[in-house]
Design a binder for this molecule. Structure first.
Ligand SMILES: C[S@@+](CC[C@H](N)C(=O)[O-])C[C@H]1O[C@@H](n2cnc3c(N)ncnc32)[C@H](O)[C@@H]1O
Length: 271
């Protein structure tokens, strides 16, 4: 397939010969000259900041044929602190966790953990029953590497897709379900229902649910993917009557570029 590479204000756009509506953009995380070096190592040949040749792998990713590949490619190309959602200290999650009053033996499931620093925080706080799950094995491996071997051995690692779970749905008595920036990627009703049905199965009575998503005034895309924006009422409706909304707040996350990303943070408890 012929393709043309066009550079617009540091953003590389790949345009296929036909039809003209088929225009695919490299995800935001990979923009910028410095990023091109990374990109070229993984995906093609880069000469003087220009990407001249793109491997088939990248085309497949851009065409979004597989979410797993999409996320694996991003985590393979970038370090954790280069991701737009990177937090040095996951303060809003810590704040809501502190309202849960659970002890360190109880289980915390980080859904779509990626390479999140929330897991480092939990390990360092002495939690002994941490489960980190993600679609991307590469993301979880990066997180494992960041923790030392001893700390990594304290975490249960599960590669799974929350929209087609094989392993997570067998978990029980989870005390805290933590999701930052995962549910909002699920655009299909069926995916959302699968997420909800897994959550309902695994959360114990009195268990807590922390969900953070892009708020209504937040971005409409993340990592090159469309997202669904939420407010606390939409999340309460989604979880249904079995869950009570205990607390919520708006929070501005600042990306490495310095731009703000407004989130809604919510804490629910199972009745
Ligand atoms: C924006 S990142 C957030 C990562 C992490 N929660 C954090 O706050 O740093 C979204 C994460 O969701 C994961 N993800 C996306 N779709 C998923 C799915 N269907 N099942 C499990 N994980 C998924 C991605 O691999 C990625 O790690």
């Amino acid at each position: 397939m012929d393709l043309v590479l066009v550079s617009r204000r540091g953003l590389i756009t790949i345009v296929f010969d036909a039809p003209s509506s088929m225009e695919y953009r490299i995800p935001g995380e990979m923009r910028g000259k410095r990023r091109l070096d990374n990109l070229s190592k993984n995906y093609g040949t880069c000469i003087e900041g220009k990407l001249l040749y793109v491997k088939h792998k990248l085309l497949r990713m851009i065409m979004n044929s597989s979410m797993k590949e999409h996320w694996d490619e991003i985590y393979a190309a970038l370090d954790a602190d280069e991701l737009t959602w990177y937090e040095e200290i996951p303060e809003p999650s810590i704040k809501l966790l502190s309202k849960c009053h659970i002890n360190t033996d109880e289980s915390i499931l980080d859904v779509g953990a990626g390479s999140s620093t929330f897991v480092d925080y939990l390990v360092n706080q002495g939690f002994k029953n941490i489960i980190a799950t993600d679609l991307s094995e590469i993301a979880l491996n990066k997180l494992k590497e960041r923790l030392d071997e001893e700390k990594a051995s304290l975490v249960r690692w599960i590669v799974d897709d929350i929209t087609q779970p094989v392993h997570i749905q067998n978990l029980r008595d989870i005390a805290v379900w933590h999701d930052r920036a995962v549910l909002h990627f699920l655009l299909e009703e069926e995916q959302q229902q699968q997420y909800l049905s897994t959550l309902q199965k695994v959360i114990g009575k009195g268990g807590y649910v922390i969900i953070a998503a892009f708020s209504l005034e937040g971005a409409k895309k993340c990592s090159g993917l469309n997202i669904k924006n939420y407010d606390q009422n939409m999340l309460a409706k989604f979880l249904g009557e079995d869950f009570s909304l205990l607390e919520y707040f708006d929070y501005k996350h600042y990306m490495p570029s310095g731009e703000p990303r407004p989130y809604i943070y919510t804490l629910f408890q199972k009745n």
